[in-house]
Design a protein around this ligand. Structure first.
Ligand SMILES: *Cc1c(COP(=O)(O)O)cnc(C)c1O
Length: 394
């Protein structure tokens, strides 16, 4: 049979030429929208399959766009290495799942993101993990809880929604002395506000859905490690359970990261100014933001955080009815169950993120029916204030 001068149309549809590398580096990381990588050499493929650090073989194991995101995060968090995953919850599941065995002990901050609390309950009920919750403002209680056999101390830099600030440095030191690994959810701060690995944490994670992506257009997560062995275990577990992200997701996050510095600077300045103005409004009983001298961890926040954060909460005197009346009066500020985007949004914890809480746990967290959470965006602060003020004045 003679070689045909060109393949049939069906074959040509499939085998479009892939451009070879040319001179000039793309300024923006390309989206390697491929699930698999081809090889000319059997041994090279075997190598790439057995160790993703030696080459790309299959995108669940590794992908150049995803890798670029992981390296960008390493630079921000000061990490030895990072693992990008498909959501913030996947980041928490990998950080804990790679570390825990059945019967292991976890000590956790009491005021937690709701999804984290549900995951810990699931680990407790179905996997035999023992979880104890502590008040992280009480180092003696944390010390006492870090009993022999404890694997992980789980913390959040800034809590939802009351913006309590956790002494990452002090507690990580206690954990280290007890042979316990510290895992920190740094989503509310973002790396521009705090870098927990610098304060002695072993693992830091983010929902990149929030500030790192920053535009309310993606769902993602990332886990960063201070230690290469821990990273290897996390990366292997993420591949095993298949929570690694799609290349397009990683690319959107990389694009978001480019403006993280300017977004956080503006959003935190806006939050600081809004916290000050809300404190003076007659409809507002209390404002919670680390920039306020009335904040219970004001001094700690000034030491730990380079920025006070763009999340704030305020309690309306009129309770739930006042919140229900406020929402439809707002024109610029939207009611939305996420945070960390360029748009200013509000949420009502009692009817959204904390709707499963008992009256006692709400009281313990100092959340009232009139508590409103504000995720401050990057709009001009005068426009946000005029929207809030006119809605509050009515
Ligand atoms: C949103 C959030 C998560 C979960 O992230 P997803 O991307 O929704 O899975 C975890 N922790 C904190 C603090 C969050 O705000």
């Amino acid at each position: 049979m003679t070689q045909r001068d060109r393949p049939a149309i069906q074959t040509r549809c499939v085998h479009a030429p892939v451009p070879a590398n040319v001179r000039g580096t793309p300024l923006s990381v390309p989206i390697y929208q491929t699930s698999v990588f081809a090889f000319d050499d059997l041994d090279e493929q075997v190598q790439a399959l057995s160790d993703p650090r030696l080459g790309y073989s299959y995108s669940r194991f590794g992908n150049p766009t995803v890798r670029a995101l992981e390296q960008a995060i390493n630079a921000l968090e000061g990490a030895v290495d990072s693992v990008a995953v498909a959501s913030g919850m996947a980041a928490i599941a990998v950080a804990l799942g790679a570390e825990l065995r059945s019967g292991a002990r976890v000590v956790s901050q009491r005021d937690l993101y709701g999804g984290t609390a549900s995951l810990l309950t699931d680990l407790e009920q179905r996997w035999g993990v023992q979880v104890s919750y502590v008040d992280v403002a009480d180092p003696t209680a944390v010390s006492a809880a870090l009993k022999p056999g404890t694997s992980v101390l789980f913390l959040e830099t800034i809590s939802n929604p009351m913006t309590a600030v956790t002494d990452i440095g002090g507690l990580a030191e206690l954990a280290r002395a007890a042979g316990v690994r510290t895992v920190v959810d740094n989503t509310f701060s973002s790396p521009t506000g705090c870098r927990p690995l610098d304060w002695g944490a072993d693992v830091v994670l983010h929902s990149t859905t929030k500030y790192l992506g920053g535009h309310d257009d993606l769902t993602g997560g990332v886990i960063s490690y201070a230690d290469a062995e821990l990273h290897q275990a996390g990366a292997a577990y993420a591949r095993l359970i298949g929570v690694t992200p799609d290349p397009h997701n990683a690319w959107l996050t990389l694009r978001g990261l480019k403006t993280l510095g300017v977004r956080m600077r503006q959003a935190c300045a806006n939050a600081t100014e809004l916290a000050r103005r809300l404190s003076g409004h007659p409809a507002v009983a209390a404002v919670h933001h680390p920039s306020l001298s009335s904040h219970p961890q004001y001094d700690l926040a000034a030491r730990l955080l380079d920025q006070p954060g763009a999340m704030l909460a305020f309690d309306l005197r009129g309770g739930r009815d006042a919140v229900a009346a406020l929402v439809p009066r707002l024109r610029l500020v939207q009611l939305a169950a996420s945070l960390g985007g360029v748009e200013t949004t509000i949420s009502h914890p009692v009817s959204s993120s904390h709707r499963g809480f008992t009256a006692e746990s709400l009281a313990a967290a100092r959340i009232t029916p009139g508590t409103v959470r504000l995720s401050t965006g990057i709009e001009d602060v005068e426009d946000i204030w005029s929207d809030l003020e006119s809605a509050l004045d009515q």
